[in-house]
Write a protein that binds this ligand. Structure first.
Ligand SMILES: *Cc1c(COP(=O)(O)O)cnc(C)c1O
Length: 364
């Protein structure tokens, strides 16, 4: 049986629901915290609509469990404020002349990662300084330490409140790149870390490294239940389960082709189930003929090309009822985000972020 709220979504015309287990997110947050000492703060990273889980709801449900919230766009931060989120919010994105007013209007903390940002931000804005210790994306290079220090000391209109860096491969224990980033950051913390919030650890560093938790850990993917190393980790519980329903069960003869371009043919006379979700909902078309779905506790292969609105599954001689619940994505087996990421040659992050706005999020 499906959750009552999910059933309600189907009566409102939705074709599929992503059930978000809020308790799982809570337990993942505390599993992450257990890697750190007691007085370390924790940031929940809920950028990109909470990695597809729904930022407004996730933000409100877990706000009391964490100390900070992290987003990328100022707009994401503003939305959370409008929904009543009161905890400090750090915006990872780049301040621009077009978005700088948001920081003051919505009480958001800026990330300063270039000299030009000091002039862009409006007086009174609070900011964290970001160093690029080896990630190669944004931030001041370590050799700019003295220059940055001078500007911070002479700049009295803005409020310097934090110091941060970001790791490129923290999920790999013993990585030389990680060790070099750690050494670089330690030198910077010695000069600039006094009296401000120092933070560096994403989920990978929180779980797989020691000595880099500083004042706060910044946790994204692991709070949704995924080990950033791509290997199922029993201490984390995937929070999202994407369900739909069988809308048709069709008898097809041996040899008939299924879906666009006939990339698959019936091996025998048998049944094909139709499920009303497709690539427009976030099922990557490259999963065609590779992914599995689960019906009544049994996995079935998806067959033929994934289409925009619908996928087909081969049921063999089984004939489940129309309306039967189908697990599209979730759990820890063949339908998990880990499994999709492996099939697609990507990471679990991308799998859940891709779930679109035609999928109703339901919080259970
Ligand atoms: C996305 C992001 C995080 C969270 O990373 P996870 O690997 O999902 O834990 C932390 N810090 C910054 C700056 C980020 O951009």
């Amino acid at each position: 049986m499906m959750n009552a709220k999910s059933e309600n979504a189907f009566t409102k015309g939705w074709s599929s629901v992503a059930e978000i287990d809020v308790q799982a997110i809570r337990s993942n947050l505390s599993a992450l915290r257990s890697h750190s000492t007691a007085n370390i703060k924790q940031m929940a990273v809920i950028k990109a609509d909470a990695y597809g889980h729904g930022a407004a709801k996730v933000g409100r449900f877990i706000e009391s469990d964490v100390d900070w919230i992290g987003v990328y766009q100022v707009r994401e931060g503003a939305e959370l404020r409008k929904k009543g989120v009161e905890k400090p919010i750090l915006v990872f994105g780049t301040p621009t002349e077009q978005n700088r007013e948001y920081y003051l209007d919505f009480n958001l903390t800026a990330t300063v990662s270039d000299m030009s940002h000091f002039a862009i931000l409006l007086p009174g804005t609070s900011y964290h300084i970001k160093f690029d210790t080896g990630m190669g994306r944004v931030g001041f290079l370590p050799e700019m330490l003295d220059d940055v220090q001078k500007v911070i000391e002479s700049e009295h209109l803005l409020r310097y409140t934090g110091l941060m860096t970001h790791f490129a491969n923290s999920e790999v224990p013993g990585s030389p790149l990680f060790e070099s980033q750690k050494r670089n950051f330690e030198r910077i913390v010695e000069e600039l870390g006094e009296g401000v919030l120092v933070h560096a650890s994403n989920s990978g560093a929180t779980m797989h490294q020691t000595g880099v938790h500083y004042d706060m850990i910044r946790n994204g993917t692991a709070i949704y239940g995924f080990d950033p190393n791509g290997v199922y980790n029993p201490s984390l519980k995937p929070a999202l389960s994407w369900f739909s329903k069988l809308v048709q069960v069709r008898k097809m003869p041996k040899g008939s082709g299924v879906s666009y371009s006939h990339t698959w043919h019936m091996p025998e006379d048998g049944y094909v189930g139709v499920i009303p979700v497709g690539y427009a909902d976030g099922i990557n078309r490259r999963l065609s003929n590779k992914m599995k779905v689960e019906i009544n506790g049994k996995e079935y292969p998806q067959v033929g090309n994934v289409t925009m609105d619908q996928i087909m599954v081969y049921l063999g001689s089984d004939k489940p009822d129309i309306g039967e619940k189908v697990l599209i994505l979730g759990g820890t087996g063949g339908c998990s985000a880990y499994a999709w990421a492996d099939l697609l040659g990507t990471i679990t992050y991308e799998v859940t972020c891709a779930i679109g706005n035609r999928v109703k999020r339901v919080y259970v």
